[in-house]
Design a protein around this ligand. Sequence first.
Ligand SMILES: [Zn+2]
Ligand SMILES: [Zn+2]
Length: 335
Amino acid sequence: MGDMARLGSWIEPFPEGIYVKPADAWVDPSRPKDRALITHGHADHARGGHGEVWATPETLAIMDARYGEQRGAQVGYGETVRIGEVDVSFVPAGHVLGSAQILLEHRGERVVVSGDYKRRDDPTCPPFVVTPCDIFISEATFGLPVFRHPDTGSEIDRLLHRLRAEPGRCVLVGAYALGKAQRVIMELRARGYGEPIYIHGALERLCRLYEELGVPLGELRPATGVPKAELQDKIILCPPGALNDRWSRRLPDPITAMASGWMRIRQRARQRNVELPLVISDHADWDELTRTIREVAPKEVWITHGREDALMHWCQLHQIKARELNLVGYEDEDD
Ligand SMILES: [Zn+2]
Ligand SMILES: [Zn+2]
């Protein structure tokens, strides 16, 4: 090798996260570390207990709400900060409010850690920005050609159509508390739905935080303690775990829906007794993943949490060096 060091030799993947040696910092570590750079607020990426957290102001606000006040530094989109011997920038990832790709520059090499991302419009956060680099560390949650997410507007239209076709009932939508719930609400508003939307108590705090951070959600009302008759012909949102629990039995004959990229898989919908699966995802589908790799045009792609094999194969076919990182602890809170 001599002095021709391997590309990205200053970045070390460990099962518990990506270690950036010359910054003495970890990206999205799953265990408490002295210094953590956090891509976004989902619990599998942003954990409590770090010494020092570097993240966008929105991600820090989300972490404050979940884990108590964080010690650390805010880095806005487009700002560059120097940590040790590394220039660090946060670039929009289009995944949830505050979500960022992290650009790391050291001795002329550029590495982008995507975090989770998607390419289609999301009214709750700024769109993904293509950032050319030498190494692109990409998620691959939906990294199989079978995953092609439909148009979001048409999924929302199916929801509204079903609501109107069955008077006297209600539609209960299971949606993750951070990102998905607020996006479904905004997409409903964008389709002209102006009625109050009822929400499970577990969604209240993050919906309020989104509004404080400048994402207007329209009229929201608590779904708990409301007479059954008031909920007829209404849309109610809850976390996926509440879809089939006691709480939902007090609702007027709910049509059970769920908004998730996994709803593309019929069996997943059946497991949760979902009558109305809505394929709405905050992750890139197969076409978005491959388009992004083409546009970013890295020398190497390192692939994290997901179905690495198919994307590895695709990279090889396209003469891009690819490597899979076996990070652990990335669950799909946020699918
Ligand atoms: Zn993730
Ligand atoms: Zn996520």
